[in-house]
Every structure is written in structure tokens, then in C-alpha cells.
Design a binder for this molecule. Sequence first.
Ligand code: ADP
Length: 256
Amino acid sequence: MESCNEYKSVAMLNVQQVDKAYKQQAVLKQLSLTVQRGEFFGLVGVNGAGKTTLLKTLLDFCAADAGQIEINGQSHLQAQARQDLAFLPEQFMPPWFLSGEAFLRQICQLRDLPYQVAQVHELCQALDLPVTALPKLIRHYSKGMAQKLGLIGCFIQQRPLLVLDEPMSGLDPKARAYLKQYLRQLKQAGHTTVFFSTHLLADVEALCDRMGILHQGQMRFVGTPSECCQQYETDDLEQAYLRCIEAVFTAETTST
Ligand code: ADP
């Protein structure tokens, strides 16, 4: 019983005091963040705020200069820790010389999962990718189709953690609505934690339990979207977001 409670209390993601610099430029500064099991967490911030760097550091694609990161209770430096997650990179570009189906078969093979036609067709339907596109070479796909294929490649793995860098990027409004609906279903099922970066505050409002505003390498706000509105005294999340990052600017200019 005790060990079961212990398991439940382990955060899905635990980032503690992470620093990351590129040459002389500090990109993440003493950044700490936890994402609980089953939580949907949206990371927002202006271009260049450090969102992709945080995701890449988390996945050990680039090394942190300081701090600790745990995924599901294991150090992110252990390859085993990444067994629990599926990742969609920013500007996802699948291998152009494969067909969509061959790409998904490769993913299943890498994860030691059977390729299940019914599951793939269901996901295609859920994300509005015609199944007739699957036998076609990816080089003939549009940007949106490639993005949908990448998302299907993530969902097919059925991992407890999804890390998605701008999952809505390149999707038309219909596909975005479909993806939101699919993510809502995942949320209702309750087996998946989702950590994603986005520029779309409406999606954060619609999907996320909590959000983080990353600005100039630091988390300036972490909480629910309504707490964000409350803290910045507005009903509009976009205004709250602007006030949050403008407060950093004001604090900086008054201190110099
Ligand atoms: P975001 O995803 O929020 O737009 P990034 O994490 O991509 O921000 O970038 C944060 C900062 O780090 C930017 O100033 C960017 O120019 C810089 N940066 C990102 N990747 C590299 C890299 N490989 N080498 C040098 N600088 C980088």
C-alpha cells in the first residue's frame, strides 16, 4: 500500500534548478518545474524564450550546465527514463524517402509494438489524415500532413508521457479542432501526462490543467490559466500573459 502511494507521489517530470547556456548566452536560468502524473501542462513564451531548449535539455539532446531532471522518477540521463515518453520535435520532418505507413511501422518496430492497422486508421481519422495518404511517399506530403503523421507516430506508442513541441504547428483549423478533441479524450482516459509548448493561449485555456510562462530563461508564472488571469487582474488570458512578460520588462528597466 505504502509503495503504491509513493509511486503516485512521484512527479512525471521534475526539473530542478537547471541552467543552460549556448556559448556566453544564458538561455535557462535556475529553472525549476514539476509536472504531475496525468497533468496537461502548457509551456508558453515569446520566440527565443527558451521553450525548445528546455524540451531538448529534458530529452538530453543537449546537456544542462547545472541542475537535475527526472522523468517518472528516473534521471533524464538514463536512456531507460525516455522509454516512458514519446516526443514530437518542433518543425517535425519525417524521412521523405519513406511512405507514411513505413514510417509508422518503423516507430512500432523501434518500440517493439505490433503495427495494428485498425489503430492506425483510427488515429488517422482522429487527426483528419486520409488513410489513402499512408502508402504515399512522405515527400509528397504537405507540412500539415507531415505534422499529423508525427502526431500519429507519438500517439501510436501509447506512452504515459507525451512531450510535444508546438503540436498545432502547420495544422489547419479543422485538424487543430480534431487534435484538441483527441487530446481531450486522452485527458478523460487519465493515463497520459502531456507537456507541450505552444503560442496558442486558447489551446492552453481549453486543454491545460496548468501553464508555465517562460520568459528570458525563467519561469515567470506557473499555475492554472484562471490563476494566471487572477494574478494579473484580467478575464483575458492573452492580457494576463502580456502583463506577466511586461512586468519583467518594467522590473528590469526600473532596476537599471
Ligand atoms: P523558443 O523555443 O522559446 O523559441 P529556443 O529555445 O529555440 O526558444 O531559443 C532560446 C535562445 O537560445 C534563442 O536566443 C536562440 O537563438 C538560442 N539558441 C537555441 N538553440 C541554439 C543553438 N543550438 N546554438 C546557439 N543558440 C541557440
